[in-house]
Design a protein around this ligand. Structure first.
Ligand code: Z5A
Ligand code: MG
Length: 317
């Protein structure tokens, strides 16, 4: 049997929302990684045969693998915290997809979001939404017309999302795709980069829907700072942006852990090059059809949160 094995066999176990990698103690020669994948059907299995594995393993591989997976699933299911999907009222229409574009300042989010909105005929949402009463306070703060305490302004950014979430859910339920220019992940990354405790930064957005996909436009601070209008608003300083970038990389890992679908995209290409990638990933999500929406859940993410109580630069990548 071992002779005929392909160089790589992959088996996924879907048992919850966590994305774990654990050793398979009982089948060392066959595989040593099992990963639970949040978006697979329960019961499907994914094992990776690593190149350094002993390909000459003999014995009842299937049984030994299944036994070890069963015991692992039992253990991990017992300890796994599972948030419930957000209750979207039953509707005969297939719900729309929630697509978020995130990234550092001047990474080209708004440029790409405009194209995506047109392309999908989607609803366009921008955070911060500066036209509401809360949004106008945020705008005054960002343009340095007012000073607001770091905790208070974080809560304003969150409140600005909460005042619009209900109508986003309604759009999704009507079957309309929604594209957001920034989301809660900006809230977490920017405030955490200021040094406030990470779990506090997440807490005020706990309960909002995890997007069907987050497209993160990754750009180094030097390139970003050469783009138009950089430096006009409060946070547009290179040292701070570097911390924010570091924070976003961490956010990526614990959002993925919680079942979120996050794609990091190189934003240093031309707008057309970036668009090709955006269009492909967004198209995949829309054509596959969105699944249940899960809430952003602090408890579900906690095992993946960096241990540090300090800013993201102190957390290991
Ligand atoms: N913030 C927060 O702290 N907490 C929160 O919860 C939220 C936000 C939601 C304002 O956000 C601030 O709020 C932000 C985070 C914080 N920090 N700051 N400062 P905003 O989204 O309103 O910021 P903005 O004024 O729209 O800027 P932006 O979003 O950073 O820019 P962008 O949308 O990423 O880039 P762009 O407008 O599409 O393009 C910028 C320029 O680059 C423009 O001249 C383009 O023509 C050019 N461009 C675009 N793409 C390219 C490529 N590929 N190559 C070359 N040039 C390009
Ligand atoms: Mg923008």
């Amino acid at each position: 049997m071992a002779k005929n094995l392909p160089p790589s066999i992959q088996v996924f176990i879907a048992h919850g929302i966590a994305d774990n990698i654990v050793p398979v103690e009982d089948a060392p020669g066959i595989a040593n990684i099992i990963s639970a994948h949040p978006r697979r059907q329960p019961g499907t299995v994914h094992v990776e045969l690593l190149p350094q594995c002993d390909h000459n393993y003999r014995g009842d591989a299937t049984n030994s693998l299944l036994e070890s997976m069963q015991s692992w699933m039992k253990k991990s299911t017992e300890s796994c915290y599972k948030p419930r999907p957000l209750p979207l009222p039953v509707s005969s229409t297939r719900r729309g997809a929630l697509i978020v574009v995130e990234g550092l300042d001047r990474s080209g989010k708004s440029t790409q979001v405009e194209r995506l909105v047109q392309h999908l005929q989607a609803r366009h949402v921008k955070f911060p939404e500066r036209t509401t009463a809360i949004g106008s306070m945020i705008n005054a703060y960002l343009t340095r017309q007012s000073d607001i305490n770091d905790h208070a302004v974080h809560l304003l950014f969150s409140a600005n999302r909460w005042e619009i979430i209900e109508s986003i859910l309604q759009s999704l339920q009507r079957g309309q795709n929604v594209v957001c220019d920034r989301y809660a992940f900006s809230g977490i990354a920017y405030t955490w980069a200021k040094g406030l405790p990470l779990d506090w930064c997440i807490g005020s957005d706990a309960g909002i829907p995890i997007p069907d996909v987050t497209l993160f436009l990754d750009l180094d601070e030097k390139t970003a700072s050469a783009r138009a209008a950089y430096g006009e608003e409060r946070y547009e300083k290179r040292a701070f942006q570097e911390k924010v970038r570091h924070a976003f990389y961490q956010v990526e890992s614990f959002v993925q852990y919680a079942g979120g679908h996050w794609i990091r995209i190189d934003a240093s290409g031309t707008p057309d090059q970036v668009w090709q990638t955006i269009q492909r990933h967004a198209g995949n999500v829309v054509s596959h059809g969105p699944m249940a929406l899960y809430p952003l859940d602090l408890e579900a993410m906690r095992p993946a949160l960096p241990w540090t109580k300090e800013g993201p630069e102190k957390a290991s990548l």
